[in-house]
Ligand binder design. Structure first.
Ligand code: LLP
Length: 419
């Protein structure tokens, strides 16, 4: 598949632009995305999933407007989890009727907004939410299209924080309650039941859990049909893994073909997918400059200008991200290296126990940073969040300015203390 970031001679490039020149021009830390990589990842899904099937990009993975814009231009659907994400999709030129709305805690205001703009469907996660959506839709004299998220109770065999299909977590309705929930949904006046939905977890590197979940969903769809509830589409969520280190996730085409094969006996069913990571993870890298190198007994610390507030995944999930110097041929540090940030937390690292060549002032690249990178960033330690750049061939577009300090406290007020 297309490689967004490659070494040409000794210099790391994003498409045709050197990482060094991007760091110079825009400063560090800097998120860099490749337009071609995003489009190619999107195309792989879209090609294998022709209408009436549908790919809805999971906005949470990376919600930068320019990325949503690229995907909207390609006719993408979107999976959102908040009113804010709906607003972003619309701002970026996405169509309201291409939006599916997931999430366990949709507020009244969010439901009203979604009905007002006319989203495609709600992925409903509880009985109480069914009632709430129905009541609001009825007040507005509308019918809300809904899918019910059912928890298939399969083990996604991924990190416990990102496994969502087991009974023990907060998402969806347990399989054993599903029939009753659908029958209730079909009686509520404000609702039109269209689908069955699930999402079993993220960064899955095997097909089996997806297919097991799908078999359970199809069995449920059969049972619903026997009760006169006609389902027209099956949303299998997101979750396809990517290669960060040496994982071998299934190819997009194989993943989709395996699922479509299961639908041979269901000509009425459209398959919806909600990929996030698989679209953007490997289309993004984080550039960070080495501030200091600090030797210690057993290992050396490469202290960089990006921290856990910029890129949380290593700290939160012990996630592995490949780190390399953007210029080859620098002196090798002989001890194992921890790449750590400026944040005052022991857990503030980007990489641990690596082999790395680096000197003060060098620009390092953290790969696989396009998904859940900027999206999970914060201002912890009063740090401005990084700029974001989209490279397209020889061109580089600034798609988010680096924050300014004053913006960080613009919503704060000094209290009018009485003494
Ligand atoms: N659909 C639903 C309902 C989801 O909850 C998610 C992700 C997706 C789709 C997209 O999943 P993907 O294709 O990206 O795996 N912050 C974590 C990942 C959390 C994923 C949450 N849900 C990480 O950095 O690994």
């Amino acid at each position: 598949s297309f490689q967004a970031f490659t070494f040409q001679a000794t210099h790391l490039h994003a498409e045709n632009v050197t990482a060094a020149s991007l760091a110079e021009r825009f400063g560090t830390p800097l998120y860099v995305y490749s337009r071609a990589a995003i489009e190619q990842n999107w195309d792989a899904f879209n090609q294998h999933l022709p209408a009436p099937h549908r790919t809805c990009y999971a906005v949470k993975a990376n919600s930068n407007l320019a990325i949503l814009q690229l995907l909207a231009l390609k006719g993408a659907g979107f999976d959102v989890v908040s009113g804010g994400e709906i607003a972003r999709v619309l701002k970026a030129g996405g169509r309201a009727d291409s939006i599916v709305f997931s999430g366990v805690a949709k507020s009244k205001a969010e439901i009203e907004y979604a009905l007002e703009v006319g989203i495609l469907q709600f992925n409903v996660e509880s009985l109480a939410e069914l009632e709430r959506i129905s009541a609001i839709a009825q007040q507005r004299q509308q019918q809300a299209r809904i899918s019910l998220r059912v928890n298939p109770d399969v083990d996604a065999r991924t990190h416990p924080y990102i496994a969502t299909g087991l009974e023990a977590n907060k998402f969806g309705i347990p399989m054993r309650d599903a029939l009753a929930a659908f029958s209730k949904a079909s009686q509520l006046p404000g609702l039109q039941v269209v689908g069955v939905d699930c999402h079993i977890g993220s960064q899955l590197t095997e097909l089996t859990p997806f297919l097991d979940a799908m078999d359970r969903m199809l069995k449920l769809i059969d049972e619903l049909a026997a009760q006169g509830i006609e389902i027209t589409h099956l949303d299998m969520g997101g979750g396809l893994g990517v290669q960060y280190e040496d994982e071998q996730p299934p190819a997009v085409g194989d993943y989709i073909q395996a699922m479509l094969a299961r639908l041979a006996d269901y000509p009425q069913l459209a398959l919806y997918l909600e990929p996030g990571r698989a679209i953007v993870a490997n289309a993004g890298m984080l550039l960070t400059r080495v501030e200091y190198i600090k030797a210690s007994q057993k290992k050396d610390f490469v202290i960089v200008d990006a921290g856990m507030n910029d890129m949380l995944r290593p700290s939160l999930y012990q996630a592995y991200h490949r780190v390399e110097n953007s210029v080859q041929g620098k002196p090798l540090i002989t001890k194992p290296v921890d790449v750590v940030g400026p944040v005052c937390e022991t857990g503030d690292f980007l990489a641990q126990g690596r082999t790395l060549a680096a000197e003060e002032g060098d620009v390092l690249a953290v790969f696989g940073a396009g998904a859940y990178g900027f999206a999970m960033s914060s201002n912890y330690n009063t740090r401005v969040r990084p700029a974001e750049v989209m490279v397209d061939g020889d061109a580089a577009y600034l798609i988010r300015e680096r924050e300014e300090l004053e913006q960080l406290w613009q919503h704060e007020r000094l209290a009018d203390f009485k003494c």
